[in-house]
Design a protein around this ligand. Structure first.
Ligand code: DP6
Length: 334
């Protein structure tokens, strides 16, 4: 049981599948924004989280991935937004490693075409939608007939937050208790919220120095403050679920913002300290706080990068567009 690899888990999960491959298959998965963040792993190899997390998927913003069998090829071919991806790149290796989870069942090299309709550097993590779309596409190509929870486990093996991008709407990732992670997957919440808006402020498109994978590990390993994080997440998930059921926007927004600030506080308490914020991030947050003082119900969240995402409802759109004219407005529930 000790030191299970991702390939071991995938083999176990796929053990009873009888493949019925087709020539090619295309799938879409949305980007998601966490309202209660996933920060810290109890098992890094399997992307098993310390805490449950809860997100909202961003409607038609995401990744579309098409996979097809290649005949007589020696290696997979990967294309991103129409351009061939270099075989030495980290992106190529991650995609191939994900295909390898399935390759024991159906051998053969593939061509993978991924199109992200979220601009690179827009502050929205395309790896979550990318791994979810790839997982769905591979299940379709190999004709495995996997259920959503199995797709969610497999997507998680690519990138933790990808397990939430298997679904639309509000999604909760249940951390699970099993050592093999077979019970660590996401499930959708039944509620919708048509008035909810996510505003993306692209403050800087600069490549970040420390990815979330390394950043969360450093936090777990070195920040004493991280000790309070599981309790924070547990409390916030309960509040968020209550807010969603009651359509209580103030509770939803305030909980999401406080959760994001608490996550960033644990990063700052790491050694060496980890600060994803740029001066522009602070300016944007202060504008959000000023707007709230003036009575505009708007809240902010941030992930492992400098960009700020705003949470508000449709009737605040005009007020916000005046202060943040460059904001990209996303409608999660179409
Ligand atoms: C801050 O899912 O990118 O966006 O599992 O190592 O691939 P890995 O990490 P990843 O981490 C996302 C962290 C976050 C919070 C969240 O989306 O819940």
């Amino acid at each position: 049981m000790l030191n299970l690899t991702r390939n071991d888990v995938a083999a176990r999960l796929l053990a009873d599948c009888v493949p019925a491959p087709v020539a090619s298959f295309e799938a879409f998965a949305p980007v998601n924004i966490a309202l209660c963040k996933y920060w810290g792993k109890r098992n890094a190899a399997l992307n098993l989280p310390v805490n449950d997390s809860l997100s909202v998927s961003l409607g038609n913003k995401g990744s579309t991935t098409r996979v097809a069998f290649l005949s007589d090829a020696q290696a997979d071919e990967v294309y991103l937004n129409g351009s061939a991806v270099n075989r030495d790149s980290g992106f190529y290796k991650k995609v191939v490693a994900h295909i390898d989870l399935f390759r024991g069942l159906v051998p053969g090299c593939l061509r993978v075409d991924t199109v992200n309709d979220v601009a690179t550097g827009a502050g929205l993590a395309s790896s979550a939608s990318g791994f979810a779309a790839l997982t769905k596409a591979l299940s379709g190509l190999y004709g495995l007939g996997l259920g959503d929870e199995q797709l969610s486990v497999l997507a998680r093996l690519g990138s933790g937050s990808a397990c939430r991008s298997v679904y639309d709407g509000f999604v909760r990732w249940h951390k699970g208790v099993r050592a093999d992670g077979m019970d660590s997957f996401a499930k959708p919440l039944p509620e919708s919220w048509p008035e909810l808006r996510v505003g993306v402020l692209t403050l800087t498109g600069e490549e970040k120095k420390t990815g979330s994978r390394e950043g969360m590990q450093r936090t777990v390993d070195s920040a004493l403050l991280y000790g309070s994080w599981p309790e924070q997440a547990e409390r916030d998930i309960a509040r968020l679920e209550h807010a969603i059921v009651q359509r209580d926007f103030t509770l939803l927004g305030a909980t999401a913002e406080q959760n994001a600030m608490a996550m960033h506080a644990t990063m700052l308490a790491s050694w060496p300290p980890l600060l994803y914020w740029q001066p522009e991030s602070v300016v944007a947050l202060q504008k959000v706080w000023q707007l709230r003082e003036e009575g505009v119900p708007v809240y902010a969240t941030m992930d492992a990068g400098p960009n700020v995402k705003l949470l508000f409802e449709a009737n605040s759109t005009d007020d916000l567009a005046q202060v943040f004219p460059e904001m990209d407005i996303i409608v999660p529930f179409l």
